[in-house]
Design a protein around this ligand. Structure first.
Ligand SMILES: Nc1ncnc2c1ncn2[C@@H]1O[C@H](COP(=O)(O)OP(=O)(O)OP(=O)(O)O)[C@@H](O)[C@H]1O
Length: 235
């Protein structure tokens, strides 16, 4: 289990951004981290990755466990081809026998014919799919994903969601921050809602319906009601 405890973080001393956040990610579950613009989703992810300076936090998982991060904006080396990106990733993780899996994923994401091309010239969606391949290669125990579906065409969204479900079945724990509430509703086992610098809800959609008295509502209805009931002001 990956345990996240953020006591406090602020970019500028006088303006706290995150306070008293505590949640965990268990193997074999997909968690949706949701919240309105500026709620602190990306900052929470950065803190998990140890990229926020001066934050008071504790992130624990087993030493041998591997965590893969997929950023919202793909990170591409201009001078490397798709295949060279994959080779670099395999070498960094000291992987053996990685080529069949790399080829399987290239085919799955329709990038196989492009493996000798330079991804700097790809569309954002194609670059994002390369990020997924690189994240997958070391068989991570956890995925931390910032807006996984942004910029993807509908068939690619389907492929990525099937991929995430397969990884969940393999036993990976997945945290994804997303504004796609219909997708979160269908695919996330648990939801964490951020507002007012902290987590205002953690649990299943069913539990959220109960908390908000929205038996027939969808996630959007529940989310809106919850955020309004906490007197959180919309931007
Ligand atoms: N580098 C930074 N320096 C100062 N403030 C920042 C910085 N990055 C984010 N913030 C502030 O921190 C708060 C949380 O931002 P964050 O990007 O984590 O929100 P988010 O929930 O991911 O938003 P969105 O849904 O718009 O992506 C916002 O008030 C934002 O202005």
């Amino acid at each position: 289990m990956l345990d996240v405890k953020i006591d406090q973080f602020s970019y500028n001393k006088n303006e706290p951004i995150l306070e008293n956040i505590h949640f965990n990610i268990k193997p074999g579950e997909i968690i949706g981290l949701i919240g309105q613009n500026g709620a602190g989703k990306s900052t929470t992810i950065k803190t998990i990755l140890g990229l926020t300076k001066g934050s008071e936090h504790l992130v624990t998982f087993k030493q041998e466990e591997v965590l893969s991060y997929i950023p919202e904006r793909p990170i591409i080396y201009e001078e490397l081809t798709v295949w060279e990106h994959i080779e670099l990733c395999a070498s960094a993780h000291q992987l053996t026998e990685w080529e069949p899996e790399a080829n399987r994923l290239l085919k799955l994401f329709r990038l196989y014919e492009k493996s000798q091309s330079y991804p700097k010239d790809f569309s954002k969606g194609m670059q994002q799919k390369l990020m997924f391949i690189l994240a997958y290669l070391p068989s991570p125990d956890y995925y931390i994903i910032d807006e996984p579906l942004m910029g993807l065409d509908p068939p690619s969204i389907k492929v990525i969601l099937e991929f995430l479900q397969a990884e969940k079945q393999r036993g990976a724990g997945i945290l994804m921050c997303t504004h796609a509430l219909d997708t979160a509703e269908k695919h996330c086992d648990r939801l964490i809602i951020l507002a007012d610098k902290t987590t205002i809800f953690q649990g299943t959609l069913q539990e959220l319906k109960e908390v908000t008295g929205n038996a027939d509502g969808d996630l959007l209805d529940c989310f809106t009601d919850l955020v309004q009931s906490k007197d959180v002001i919309y931007d």
